[in-house]
Design a protein around this ligand. Structure first.
Ligand SMILES: Cc1cc2nc3c(=O)[nH]c(=O)nc-3n(C[C@H](O)[C@H](O)[C@H](O)COP(=O)(O)OP(=O)(O)OC[C@H]3O[C@@H](n4cnc5c(N)ncnc54)[C@H](O)[C@@H]3O)c2cc1C
Length: 536
């Protein structure tokens, strides 16, 4: 009899685990997913042919293993002559993909190569992200503010805050107080719903570690001399990555493709199954119980191996075992931030960009809304992620992103109220005219950000307790309560399967993903471990 693996969650980590098991072992995977879609946070929602990517998912990784894996599932688009600076050199094939590959106008299964552009919107104006000290910036900020920025930066360089305890001090040490107040404070506090002074500096170290004024200047110079032709941009601080891959129809397309392949190879994906109980026999998991939320019917799934990508807090609650009080207390104290996207279909934006062909749609993929008089935190322009995300390319399809808790009034507002709020706020800050709104929808996504506050500083208690159970692997983002992007989430799954294949019992190599030396863009011994994975 073949062994069975029960995998909780059909997001990137769960699907990668299933795929790898089918590819490299005789273990048969059964993926249990509570929703009716696959992809988890990396899914693509489809509203009347207009697609929403929750948060905007750039596909890039410093791991060749992940880059190869993605491109094996979906090839890179053909790049036209003159644009041939962007081929990822595939290790296994030893050929540049440049000049080959499908044409996205003709073929659906294709990864587009996209140019990153993101700016900060503040004082009703756009500022480059990362911030450039250009004449344009000086003009927009005004001379007085620039002088203040200069002096406060100098002060931070001469008298840095030591030890650096919280995120506010982290920002001030790298940018000075004035620049922190201008470009970072409002947006970061919208994301977390907390003052930067109560958020651990570790979060900064994890997310934006290599970013600083000096780092930005170095990047501008190195760009002039950089070797062309490598989309992994291995030596580039991740916040400054300029090109990325993107499935033609958004990130969910990758995961739908992978799900089909899993089923074709004999794996199962069972939807509407919420795992709510986990049965043990001493140090081994023997079965899970899943409830169908539509009917309330319970099904028991027995297995030899278990992979969990469900939030750790819910996993510990589901254990049918004696959980030490301290472990339970830490796991109950874990905090998650939730996320709302209001999709607006627009005739046009009020803000436009000059080009040789006249005024056109601005080119940003996303814009940080630093304005403190609105609640919206970020604006996605889906046309610029992929033109195929929009059913009618003459229209503009945007996502207004709100960060909140499930207990907040914002989360509980009706869709219509959220659409009203979004349209009003966009008009208030001068991005749209309300009369330009043609259609709208709302997507709520719980538990998008595992928080590095609450009881997170004692998370090792939960980790050590769970690591005792030999046949379960905690994977992914909420599964490990770690700020993992898709690549890290996938790598945890790959390493778990490596361990099964090699008979390795110790799970520390899973927890090392996203803290490995290879992932440190700027090696700063003062900052501890962690990797900058994306700008804020
Ligand atoms: C705003 C934002 C922007 C991001 N941008 C990027 C980016 O640019 N690039 C990038 O690579 N990554 C990005 N990410 C990260 C990426 O979304 C995650 O790394 C990835 O989706 C995590 O995969 P996962 O499988 O661990 O978890 P998830 O995607 O959370 O999937 C878990 C799955 O488990 C299911 N589930 C949960 N509980 C149960 C249960 N009890 N029973 C059954 N099923 C259950 C869920 O429904 C879900 O489908 C971003 C994330 C956010 C929030």
């Amino acid at each position: 009899m073949a062994e069975t693996a029960i995998i909780i969650g059909a997001g990137p980590a769960g699907l990668t685990a299933a795929f790898e098991l089918l590819q490299r072992t005789g273990v048969v995977p059964i993926v249990l997913e509570v929703e009716d879609y696959v992809g988890g946070i990396s899914r693509t929602a489809n509203y009347k042919g207009n697609r929403i990517d929750i948060g905007g998912h750039r596909f890039f990784s410093k791991s060749d293993r992940v880059m190869e894996w993605w491109l094996d599932r979906m090839p890179m688009q053909r790049v036209q002559a003159g644009q041939a600076t962007i081929g990822y050199q595939r290790k296994s094939r030893d050929v540049a993909t440049t000049g080959q590959g499908p044409d996205p106008e003709q073929c659906d299964e294709v990864m587009l190569v996209r140019q990153r552009k993101s700016r900060i919107y503040f004082l009703r104006r756009f500022f480059d992200y990362p911030i450039t000290l250009s004449l344009d910036t000086i003009r927009k900020l005004g001379l007085l503010r620039m002088v203040k920025i200069g002096f406060s930066y100098l002060r931070a360089v001469l008298f840095p805050v030591r030890p650096e305890k919280n995120l506010e001090e982290f920002f001030i040490n790298r940018f000075g107080r004035e620049l922190y107040h201008t470009f970072f404070k409002s947006y970061t506090e919208k994301v977390w719903g907390e003052q930067c002074s109560v958020i651990s500096a570790e979060w900064g170290a994890q997310r934006i570690k290599g970013l600083s004024i000096l780092g930005t200047l170095k990047h501008i110079f190195s760009k002039i001399f950089r070797r062309r032709g490598d989309i992994t941009q291995k030596n580039t601080e991740t916040s400054l990555i300029e090109q990325f891959l993107y499935p033609k129809y958004g990130p969910g397309q990758m995961w739908e493709t992978v799900a089909r392949e899993i089923e074709r190879r004999g794996g199962q994906i069972v939807h509407h199954q919420r795992v709510s109980k986990i049965h043990l026999d001493r140090e081994r998991i023997v079965a899970v119980e899943a409830v169908d939320p539509r009917s309330g019917q319970t099904t028991v799934y027995r297995g030899d191996w278990f992979f969990s990508t469900m939030p750790v807090k819910e996993l510990v609650r589901a254990l049918d075992a004696e959980v030490p009080a301290e472990v339970r207390q830490v796991s109950e104290g874990l905090i998650y931030r939730d996320f709302i996207t209001v999709g607006l279909l627009l005739k046009e934006l009020k803000v436009r960009e000059d080009s040789k062909q006249g005024q056109q749609l601005i080119r940003d993929n996303w814009i940080y809304i630093q304005e403190p008089d609105v609640v919206v935190g970020r604006l996605q322009i889906f046309n610029n992620w992929s033109p195929f995300m929009v059913s009618d390319r003459s229209k503009v399809w945007v996502g207004l992103e709100y960060f909140c808790y499930e207990t907040d009034n914002l989360w509980k507002m009706s869709d219509q109220e959220l659409i009203e709020l979004g349209s009003r706020e966009m008009e208030k800050i001068g991005i749209i005219e309300r009369s330009a709104v043609l259609d709208a929808t709302v997507i709520r996504m719980p538990k998008t950000y595992p928080a590095y506050f609450g009881t997170y500083d004692r998370f090792d208690k939960v980790r050590r307790f769970m690591d005792r159970f030999s046949n379960i692997f905690l994977l992914g983002r909420n599964g490990m309560h770690r700020y993992n992007n898709q690549d890290h989430s996938m790598l945890t799954a790959m390493v778990a399967v490596d361990n099964i294949v090699a008979g390795v019992r110790d799970k520390s190599n899973l927890w090392d993903v996203n803290t490995e030396q290879d992932y440190h863009e700027a090696k700063d011994p003062q900052q501890g471990s962690g990797k900058a994975t994306k700008p804020l």
